[in-house]
Design a protein around this ligand. Structure first.
Ligand code: CA
Length: 415
């Protein structure tokens, strides 16, 4: 993150003059630490007034308070300190305000803690709540930085620092599923492969289609047929963009109304690189990765899949290894019957998952995230793992997808 710092120290009134208070960090430093150098504060008025002002600085012990009425000439009452303000970008995805969380705790030259309690920004549209700064994407895309004023309310000390944005977002793919036919320049039906994981499931071209109301349907259907083993046969719809749209890095989002059934689930996922050849553990996800958001009504949870050690795409079974623990997150809200947005931010270093714009899971890939192009997938699957399939002959369940959008961030390609 590129940082330039402008520092201004103001002590309550013009009685105290900030003589020198400016520093710049190296612009190419990757840290988000803002170094502030308080160099000196020079007294230019009467010491009586200084004394009065100093008494107001109740929590700023760095200001010398041993002034006496005998001091009539210019007196140095300042302090030297190297302070810091940290901020982290806790959300940076299109469609939602980017969130920068300011670390409020800084220290002065005597290592006393100063809490900056007030933050303001003159840029219209920037929203501030406590120590969180919300920046709409259009502002991020129209300027490189914004200035934030942090103020210590007791002492009046204030500082101006900037937040510099990493890069612009550009939409590179959008399908709103308007019309009556699936856009075959974006999608192909999943091959009618078996998806047998306990249940006798199979993809069917007929079961992924547009509903005419702006949604893609991925349907789960009970045919009433039985297989050779006497099992009920279920069919499901799925589409993928393999060979049609593939990209590396960026932000991938769907707006979806999940299935309400058990025994089956809908998912939005990305397959990148070569997932058909298992790779060594230490290669992690660099060569290939499958990133999945799987919605299991059975458990009221979403699974943040991240499989990197190979996947048999024809059997549609991912390898067992997944990066990191706690890939599942319980989220009753997802199954409330409404549409929700699911997103995956794929950077050069990690994968971050979002539900309705709130981060739900993050995994960093040792050695870097996959740097190969990936294609999009929207599917319904079946497994006994997901519970009992209660669909009877002729019954079905639909997952609706309002849109799929992909954005690229220019910063991802700066090495
Ligand atoms: Ca739509």
């Amino acid at each position: 993150m590129k940082i330039k710092v402008y520092l201004c120290v103001l002590l309550c009134s013009s009685l105290l003059l900030c003589a020198t208070a400016c520093s710049k960090n190296p612009t190419d430093e990757a840290s988000s630490i803002v170094e502030l150098v308080y160099e000196e504060v020079v007294h230019t008025e009467s010491s009586e007034n200084i004394q009065s002002e100093t008494e107001n600085l109740v929590s700023d012990n760095s200001v010398q308070s041993n002034l006496t009425s005998s001091i009539k000439s210019e007196t140095e009452v300042g302090f030297k300190a190297i302070n810091s303000i940290d901020y982290v970008c806790s959300r940076d995805i299109p469609g939602f305000e980017a969130v920068y969380t300011i670390e409020r705790l800084i220290t002065d030259s005597q290592e006393n803690i100063i809490y900056f309690s007030e933050f303001t920004c003159d840029t219209a549209g920037v929203r501030i709540e406590k120590n969180k700064i919300y920046v709409p994407n259009d502002i991020r895309n129209s300027t490189n930085q914004i200035l934030i004023t942090a103020r210590h309310k007791d002492s009046g000390i204030s500082e101006v620092f900037d937040i510099t944005f990493d890069g612009d977002w550009e939409m590179t793919f959008e399908d709103d599923f308007n019309g009556t036919e699936i856009n075959t320049s974006n999608w192909e039906h999943y091959p009618e492969w078996p998806i047998e994981k306990g249940y006798a499931g199979r993809f069917s071209n007929d079961l992924s289609f547009l509903d005419g109301n702006g949604n893609l349907v991925s349907r789960a259907y009970c045919s009433g047929e039985t297989d050779a083993d006497g099992r009920q046969k279920y069919y499901a719809g799925g589409v993928r963009s393999k060979g049609l749209f593939e990209s590396t890095y960026g932000y991938y989002e769907v707006r979806v109304r999940p299935h309400q059934i058990t025994g089956g689930w809908g998912s939005f996922w990305i397959v990148a690189g070569d997932m058909e050849k298992p790779v060594a553990y230490d290669n992690l996800s660099l060569n290939g990765v499958a990133l999945c958001l799987e919605m299991y009504k059975k458990y009221n949870y979403i699974n943040h899949g991240c499989a990197w050690d190979g996947m048999d795409t024809e059997k549609y079974v991912s390898a067992s290894s997944r990066l990191g623990p706690n890939t599942s997150k319980v989220t009753d809200k997802l199954f409330d019957g409404n549409f929700h947005t699911l997103g995956i931010r794929w950077t050069t270093e990690e994968y971050i998952y979002y539900i309705d714009g709130t981060e739900s899971y993050r995994v960093s890939a040792v050695g870097g995230a996959c740097n190969q192009p990936g294609y999009l997938n929207i599917t319904t699957e079946f497994s006994t793992f997901a519970g009992e399939l209660l669909l009877k002959t002729g019954e079905y369940s639909d997952m609706l997808v309002d849109y799929v959008r992909v954005y690229q961030n220019s910063a991802d390609y700066v090495y």
